[in-house]
Structure formats: structure tokens, C-alpha cells
Ligand binder design. Sequence first.
Ligand code: AMP
Length: 173
Amino acid sequence: MTAQELKAAIRDVPDFPKPGILFKDITPILGDPVLFRAAVGLFEARCRLREAQKIAVIDARGFLFGAAVADRLGLGLAPVRKKGKLPYKTFEASYDLEYGSATLTVHQDAFKPGERVILVDDLLATGGTAAASAALIERAGGKVVEIAFLVELTFLNGREKLKGYDVFAPIVF
Ligand code: AMP
């Protein structure tokens, strides 16, 4: 299974969730057991390479891949969630999206000091979500050893916002 085969399964949905946005729909990958396992395998390899000790997952599609990887490797998960969803004490960060703005939060005790954390999400667009998430992980004491995505939209220059971090994204549009 190559990244190219995974890429072929991604569906373009025009004008979702707003006019002018070409949404990259990864649900065909989720729905196919061979593709899903291959996608999880890509993240698993990154976690092994980086000797990650915890996987931070971004609300909501990052949860799908990160949880599967965490189970494979016997690692813990730390959810980065939209404001109002996490029940305990949180740190929060606001940022701009490709389509709108949002506030993300993480539990203050989600990481041990210096813990090696891989941040996982499905797609890198403008990079605002991942940059805010990485800042939250660091604020909570974790060390971001890599930010791993399945897909990168290179024309949005998301890596600019993630300077100083190692970024992995096997599928590029
Ligand atoms: P950004 O902060 O702009 O990098 O946005 C990243 C988040 O928004 C990711 O969690 C993606 O799932 C989602 N996202 C943004 N733009 C798109 C797009 N064109 N297609 C699919 N998902 C997107």
C-alpha cells in the first residue's frame, strides 16, 4: 500500500463547509479496512521512529487515527479538544482556521514533564490548528517530537506556521 493509493481514495467535496472551500474527505479511507490499516501504519511508523511516549490527537479526525496507533503501540492518548469539551482544568489557545476561528484546549495534567509527544491530525491546511495544539502541549509540559498528518495542502503554506517542528505528511495536494 503506497501513499499514492491512499491519496486516490480521498474524495474532493466542493463548497464544504463553506462556499469556496474544497474539502478533502478522508472517510473513504476510514471505511476501507485495508486503507485504514495502511493509514494507521504510517502514523505508527512515525511514532516508532520518534520514540514517542504519548500521542496527542486533534479534535476530531485526529482522534480516529491516533487512537488506533496508541492501541497498537501501547501508548497513552491526550485529546486536544474544542473549548468546552474537556471536563478538568485546561490550558486554551485561540487561532484562525482556513474557514473561521476556534479555541482549543488541553488538560493541564495531560503530559509528564518532558514527555515525548507526537501530535496527530488528518490534514494540514493553514497550520493554525496544529500550531495552537503544539503550543498547548508545550505549555502543559510535553515535548513535541513531530507533528504527523496524513494529508498536506501545500498551497496553504501550513508549514510556515509550524517552523521549528518536524512535520510529516505523506499525501500532498
Ligand atoms: P488548519 O488549522 O487550517 O491547518 O486546519 C486544519 C484542520 O481543519 C484539520 O483538522 C482539518 O481536518 C481541517 N481542514 C481544514 N481545511 C480542510 C480541507 N480543505 N479539507 C479537509 N479538512 C480541512
